[in-house]
Design a protein around this ligand. Sequence first.
Ligand code: PXP
Length: 247
Amino acid sequence: MAKLRLGVNIDHVATVRNARGGDTPDPLRAARIAQDAGADGITAHLREDRRHISDADIEGLMEMLSVPLNFEMAATAEMQSIALRHKPHAVCIVPEKREERTTEGGLEVAREENRLAHFIAPLREAGCRVSIFIAAEQRQLEAAHRIGAQVVELHSGAYCDAYHEGRFEQAEAELAKLREMASFGHALGLEIHVGHGLTYDTVSPVAAFPEVVELNIGHFLIGEAIFLGLEPAIHEMRRLMDEARGV
Ligand code: PXP
């Protein structure tokens, strides 16, 4: 099977920085270490309330990165104009408000097709690869395809939560849903990514889905970095992903 891409999400380096309001730890330094450690991309979410990543971080990332930036953002006019100014390699549209979410936490695309189709069209025209972060539900995948998204990122939070809370039957059921929907989305012609909540304990079965091409992982890696350092934490995740693919 082809090697998987690993996108490292550096939001929580900014969370720690912002807890004190100074300059450290610097998310750009984390991005540099991650890319040197073999990350295939850097993911950063500019939230409307700027609770972690800042506008200056996005500017800095666009200047310094040699790997692609995956810019996560809500479907708002402000975020669209920031994305159009920077033209990152990829944008991933995520929900930020409760009413924008499906029951499982991804973006409610099916109910907002028209608005989202108009929202992503200029991003695609600007050359960004548009990804939509959705729950592993057939109707969300079909809607993402209809609005012209090239990529969907399937939300693995329900699977990971169930696993780490010891609800293993539920975890298996969530995993089966992710597997089935990865295959369904691939058949529609969508590129399949997976992310949210992945850890060393949960990554391997997801990495083994043949249709998946990218995983986006943040919180666990930044947490492990406290104990191991960021580079070894990424190397271990990479090793598990490669092992699951047999590469
Ligand atoms: N993918 C998307 C779309 C996300 O919003 C997040 C969380 O910011 C992640 C992946 C990474 O999730 P985690 O930090 O739990 O690994």
